[in-house]
Design a protein around this ligand. Structure first.
Ligand code: GAP
Length: 465
């Protein structure tokens, strides 16, 4: 089983310290969320998995961490200043403001049940384009609308990669094909954010731009579509909750030759099976659009340079063929927050205990679990047991994230660890003081084994891996 809806995860996330509403003590800030002690660990583990899999385990991808605020020209030549917008409509009756293309997903505030625009209350204006980039000013400017100081918070991490193509190529001595990977925050002033951490104005992306010869792009594109499905399976997401979606010609971004989205079943409660799925990530063939757009040399049909501000030509010289060209780019782009939501939804299960009580178990893959092992004393009023448990925690800690907890009865402590996805609990009891052995309890099966302390670390390491 997986979570029946996002709401189940919202309440678990708040109750157990994964995700909290941001600025809650001041009434919150629409669709902003703070990640608590377990949420930040889970997000970090997702990012580590992605980075290890792409940057460390392959031999053809370099890492990068570029600035969030770049020269405004980056967003001029990438096309974001003119085209990164959503069609916005206002309702004269309910005063709501909606995305024209998402009216079916939001309801009119006056008529909770009807989709915006379809209810009798709604009286929509003509659509106008609303640019999604957050504006800011750089330096000590006199006026906030001083155009010369205008800058943007990046709406995607990708452009930081394209503008560093020559830097990475020259310093790493790479030859095509190779990729550049980056993880970082992105900001979009979304018209209709919502559904918990699914669509927010501040979020995190894991993007990789893979540069290749134009003729190799189609098959490399397909390889990454297949590889990313496998990566999601490796995070514990089940195949039945993932689906591929081939964007139609009308949906494709102006620069893309082909884009395939990987969808996740974020809305299992919806009757229409197709509407249960929404985008988890996109994998695009961006052709040579970006490298050309940021280069000083390319000209348009009238022979005019398309970029009059760049100091660099981002073309590639192939020593073997003695040809110079602009590489094509395959871009797998995935959201950290959407991945975290999908991972939590998919890991969610319920189990009935022998007292007929329903318990929540989050069956996270050990690699992703915020805490790997919890050491629990059976009697917290017995100093020898407490001391042995705390010693064990210290011994395990350098090898695996381990916590000590004595804030409840053992049944309650087990339930608490199940609910946050801790794969193993280690219980120290009265007998442990005699036989130097402890009970290791498995989160998923609730089975218990007696393990000698001298073998404990190795035993747990084997099972966690
Ligand atoms: N460089 C390409 C690019 O940014 P995108 O499809 O706009 O492509 C990639 O974004 C991924 O980033 C999405 O598939 C999604 O996982 C995540 N994402 C985009 N907008 C988001 C938002 N407002 N809130 C949370 N995640 C978002």
């Amino acid at each position: 089983m997986s979570a029946p809806n996002i709401e189940t995860i919202v309440s678990l996330a708040k109750r157990r310290g994964f995700v909290f509403p941001a600025s809650e003590i001041y009434g919150g800030l629409g669709s902003s969320w703070d990640y608590g002690s377990l949420g930040v660990e889970l997000a970090n583990n997702i990012k580590k998995s992605w980075w290890r899999w792409l940057v460390h385990e392959r031999d053809d991808i370099e890492g990068l961490d570029s600035s969030i605020i770049q020269n405004r020209q980056v967003w001029k030549y990438s096309g974001h200043e003119t085209t990164f917008s959503d069609p916005l409509v206002d309702c004269r009756a309910c005063k709501g403001r909606f995305r024209l293309d998402k009216l079916q997903d939001v309801s009119c505030p006056k008529e909770q049940s009807a989709n915006a625009g379809s209810g009798k209350e709604c009286d929509l204006t003509e659509a106008r384009e609303f640019n999604l980039m957050f504006r800011t000013t750089v330096g000590a400017v006199s006026a906030e609308d001083d155009e010369s100081a205008l800058a943007y918070l990046r709406p995607e991490t990708a452009q930081g990669i394209f503008i560093n193509f020559a830097n990475v190529l020259n310093t790493s001595r790479r030859k095509l094909p190779f990729g550049i990977a980056q993880i970082g925050k992105a900001f979009r002033n979304e018209v209709t954010p919502g559904n918990f951490i699914f669509r927010t104005r501040e979020f995190e992306q894991m993007e990789m731009e893979y540069f290749c010869r134009p003729e190799d792009a189609p098959h490399i594109h397909q390889e990454f579509i297949d590889a990313f499905q496998e990566w999601f399976y490796s995070l514990g997401i089940s195949a039945e909750n993932l689906k591929l979606y081939e964007q139609t010609k009308e949906e494709l971004a102006h620069y893309a030759e082909r884009t395939v989205d990987i969808l996740y079943r974020f809305f299992p409660e919806r009757d229409d099976e197709e509407k249960q799925f929404d985008e988890l990530m996109g994998i695009a063939n961006r052709k040579d659009f970006d490298l050309k757009a940021h280069s000083k040399k390319p000209e348009d049909r009238e022979g005019k340079r398309i970029n009059t501000d760049s100091n660099e030509d981002l073309s590639y010289f192939d020593e073997a063929t003695k040809q110079r060209f602009y590489p094509y780019v395959i871009e797998p782009a995935v959201g950290v927050n959407r991945t975290l939501l999908a991972v939590l939804m998919d890991a969610y299960t319920e189990k009935t205990n022998d007292k007929n009580e329903t318990r929540v178990i989050i069956k996270l893959k050990p690699e992703l679990a915020p805490i790997k092992v919890a050491v629990l004393p059976l009697a917290k009023n017995k100093p020898e047991i407490v001391s042995m448990a705390k010693d064990l925690k210290r011994q395990l800690l350098p090898a695996m994230r381990t916590v000590y907890d004595d804030t409840g009865g053992i049944g309650k402590l087990y339930a608490r660890q199940d609910e946050i996805g801790t794969p193993f609990c280690v219980t120290v009891d009265h007998e442990s003081l005699e036989d130097n052995a402890v009970t290791v309890r498995n989160r998923d099966t609730w089975e218990q084994e007696r393990i000698n302390v001298s073998e404990l670390k190795e035993h747990l390491q084997k099972r966690l891996n």
